[in-house]
Design a protein around this ligand. Structure first.
Ligand code: MN
Length: 323
């Protein structure tokens, strides 16, 4: 019998690796591939508890995700319920959706900010985006000593690559490009984040500035936790590429060239291998087939707009948000 079946509060007795992932119905298929890859790369002698934060998943999606459970990996769901904070975020996102170049105006991106507050019994946890595939054991990531830091993450590779994003983070966010991290993979010191009042500080900044940012919750993370973030080995949040190094432990399909939309993109085989064996393989294949030229054009346009918005906001004389 798995220790997950005993109903014991595992953290008290056994070192379990808590992994959070935040999704809505649309992200469920990608999350399944991510979780499947996590399980395959896991250390079979360790235990993992995957906690899926969501805003209301269909029965079918829950069943399919739940079926990924193994002897050493539990899967749990936690619905983000309506609260003062959530309402503030949803209002902010709804307003943002009306503008151009709003890639990250979905409230689902903010759910990860609720983790320290919603799980007071956890001291430390790992968070991953649903658009990642693991090749290394996430337990190793969890084990990293954060020392005095509140968080560990990788310096954002897309910011390093794209000039408009570099100018944007340096000027508009006010965080130097070599400090600015990607929020797709995080090791969180939940105790420290609670102490810093991470979520309520974010809500206050949203309320005070109502700032039009390009990666809002990631920008707030960098602003609020600045100076308290440890930089992880880039192999824990790597860009997909044709000649991927064997040292890469996690690939992040960030922003463009999503393998479930496009054919012949870097690292697609890793994604499809992980997607096979989940209940979503057929859906994902059909999604790719349905992503016709028109949809591809719209996708490219959206990314162009995001980059242009970055360039426009970068012209500001002072940061858009101040802590
Ligand atoms: Mn992502």
């Amino acid at each position: 019998m798995s220790i997950f079946a005993t109903g014991l509060p595992l953290n008290r007795f056994t070192k379990v690796v808590p992994v959070f992932i935040t999704i809505n119905n649309a992200y469920a298929p990608y999350a399944a591939a991510a979780i499947h890859s996590l399980e395959r790369a896991s250390n079979k002698k360790r235990y993992y508890r995957v906690i899926i934060l969501h805003d209301g998943l269909s029965f079918q999606n829950r069943v399919r995700l739940r079926s990924l459970v193994t002897k050493n990996m539990a899967i749990e769901f936690r619905k983000i319920t309506n609260s003062l904070y959530l309402r503030a975020i949803v209002t902010y996102c709804t307003r943002r959706q009306k503008g151009a170049g709003d890639f990250f105006s979905s409230a689902v991106y903010y759910y990860r900010a609720f983790i320290p507050r919603l799980f007071p019994l956890y001291k430390k946890a790992v968070y991953i985006d649903s658009d990642v595939i693991l090749r290394g054991d996430i337990g190793e990531l969890y084990d990293i000593d954060l020392e005095e830091n509140a968080l560990a993450a990788v310096v954002d590779p897309k910011v390093t690559m794209i000039k408009e994003f570099r100018d944007y983070v340096n000027n508009a966010v006010g965080v130097p490009q070599d400090e600015y991290v990607n929020s797709g993979v995080q090791v969180m010191d939940l105790k420290k984040m609670r102490k810093l009042k991470y979520l309520s500080t974010m809500i206050e900044l949203i309320h005070e500035y109502d700032a039009d940012l390009i990666a809002p919750d990631q920008d707030y993370l960098n602003i609020i936790l600045r100076g308290k973030i440890m930089h992880l080995d880039p192999n824990w949040n790597a860009e997909p590429r044709k000649d991927l190094s064997s040292d890469v432990k996690l690939v992040h399909f960030n922003l463009f060239n999503k393998p479930w939309h496009y054919k012949n993109v870097p690292c697609e085989e890793m994604f499809w291998e992980a997607a096979r064996g989940t209940g979503f393989y057929g859906n994902l294949k059909r999604q790719q087939e349905a992503f016709d030229e028109e949809k591809q054009r719209a996708d490219h346009e959206k990314i162009d707009l995001l980059i242009k918005k970055g360039a426009r906001l970068a012209k500001t004389k002072k940061p858009l948000v101040k802590l």
